[in-house]
Design a protein around this ligand. Structure first.
Ligand code: GSH
Length: 125
């Protein structure tokens, strides 16, 4: 039973790795959509409506009166695929994934840290 469990866990990791490395078509329509959204606004947030880290990032921009374009991935049928594409682009599929002037700047904690260090305002120029 113990060995079955270990093999099960190893198989899960194997298939998760396989999914991320082989199933993302960076030339496909979802990747094209993601690439088109990133330069659409000065601040673009790939978000989920219920996500506290996304709320945290949005609040940072709200306090700066900086408008942003948020895509709520939990409200889209292609949300999972968008996250797979974002993993290829940014190295992780967690939300939020925040872009400023077309550049990836991080997740919610990163945005907050940038603001606290006074670096966010510079990136927004
Ligand atoms: N340290 C990350 C944490 C982000 C995080 O844990 N996000 C959750 C949602 S609140 C997530 O992406 N969960 C996996 C998923 O929704 O696919 C950040 O500050 O952005």
């Amino acid at each position: 039973m113990k060995y079955f469990f270990i093999i099960f866990i190893i198989s899960c990791y194997f298939f998760m790795g396989l999914r991320s490395s082989t199933m993302v078509n960076m030339e496909g329509p979802v990747a094209k959509f993601v690439k088109e959204q990133i330069p659409k606004e000065k601040v673009v947030i790939f978000s989920k409506s219920y996500c506290p880290y996304c709320k945290m990032a949005k609040e940072v921009f709200d306090k700066l009166s900086q408008k942003y374009y948020a895509l709520e991935l939990d409200q889209r049928e292609d949300g999972e695929e968008i996250q797979d594409v974002l993993k290829e682009i940014t190295g992780a599929r967690s939300v939020p994934r925040v872009f400023i002037n077309g550049n990836f700047v991080g997740g919610g904690s990163d945005v907050k840290a940038l603001q606290e260090k006074g670096e966010l305002v510079k990136l927004l120029q």
